[in-house]
Design a protein around this ligand. Structure first.
Ligand code: UDP
Length: 325
């Protein structure tokens, strides 16, 4: 069985990807320091509890499982926190990531799939954002993801490492069987906060700004179901293992929804009103972020299957009501 090293396999997107790797015949070997992930989420392969800077742990794991490819999910991912603490973001998202890449090369692992973000684009100049859109981030989160993308480019020029960069739009929803979902502490994302507000386990929702240049004044995002997002990793891996070269792909649907639309959809599914108030804008939030997904649709054996708002909200809601970690 082909083993894949999954850095951050105990997290929301990493664990979902481990599940799908196992379903596709791979052995996902998680390396995670459990700083934000959950041991209970690692169910489809072994857990190596170590930091991605731990060169000895990586060398031992690659040898033990005969690892041929790696995925890197182990990063800090909150725009707001990155504005407050950029040093943390440069240290982890760039410093630790570079160390991880060099450990992979030292140990003969030649394929790396990296979780990047639409935040690399900054303020979009076009309605749909293609991979060739200028990357001028407006927050340290996006800047550090872009810095590692650029590092990967140069590292690959001087080694036989190949990479696939997946630029995620808004990851959301939960596993269709209820096995993994989003449990961040603190939670800052719209859909889990909305679910918590409905259940009564969180504060009423605050909409961050209603004066954006969008039809209803609230920001537009491209929500991609975590099951679709994980499937994109497996498709990217299959492509790399069958000889595909390095590449950058947006992972989104090409369809955006405003915050108000997300709330209205949730209200219609749940047949009840969701308590919310309009608050000020959040620093670092662009008005619109919607993918042009043409490249991934044409190049990978992938298309979104579960990324309609109803499925996203229903699965997220189920997870928040029943979550076991
Ligand atoms: N948002 C909001 N209230 C919240 C959290 C988020 O209005 O409590 C908005 C936010 O401004 C953005 C959208 O919801 O337009 C998605 O934000 P989220 O934090 O989920 O993801 P991001 O786009 O920052 O990756």
């Amino acid at each position: 069985m082909k083993a894949v090293l999954v850095a951050g396999g105990a997290g929301y997107i990493g664990a979902q990807t481990c599940k799908q790797l196992a379903a596709s015949g791979f052995l996902p070997v998680t390396i995670d320091n459990i700083s934000t992930g959950y041991r209970q989420a690692v169910k489809w392969g072994p857990l190596v509890e170590a930091d991605i800077r731990d060169r000895y742990a990586i060398a031992g794991t690659v040898a033990k499982y005969d690892i041929r490819a790696a995925m890197h999910f182990a990063a800090c991912s909150l725009v707001g926190e990155s504005m407050q603490n950029p040093v943390k973001y440069y240290d982890n998202n760039v410093g630790a990531a570079v160390s991880f890449a060099s450990s992979l090369i030292e140990n003969g692992v030649k394929n790396l799939i990296f979780s990047s973000t639409a935040a690399v684009y900054g303020l979009p100049k076009t309605m749909l954002i293609s991979e060739d859109h200028p990357a001028i981030p407006i927050n340290p989160y996006g800047a550090t993801k872009l810095a590692f993308e650029q590092a990967l480019h140069w590292i690959a020029c001087s080694s036989d490492l190949r990479f696939t960069i997946l630029r995620y739009f808004n990851a959301s929803g939960a596993d269709l069987d209820g096995e993994v979902g989003e449990s961040h502490d603190p939670e800052t994302h719209l859909i889990p906060l909305l679910c918590k507000a409905v259940i009564g386990s969180g504060a009423p929702l605050s909409i961050f700004g209603s004066d954006y240049p969008t039809p209803d004044g609230t920001p537009i995002r491209d929500y991609i179901h975590v099951v679709d997002l994980a499937a994109a990793h497996v498709a990217a891996l299959q492509r790399m293992l069958s000889g595909g070269g390095s590449g950058i792909f947006n992972v989104g649907t090409g369809v955006g929804a405003t915050v108000a639309e997300v709330i209205r959809t949730a209200e219609s599914i749940l047949a009840r009103e969701i308590p919310y108030r309009i608050g000020p804008r959040r620093e670092g939030d662009p008005a619109v972020l919607v993918a042009d997904p043409s490249r991934i649709l044409h190049t990978l054996d992938w298309s979104p299957r579960f990324s309609d708002l109803r499925t996203i909200i229903q699965t997220a809601m189920w997870w928040q009501e029943n979550r076991f970690y």
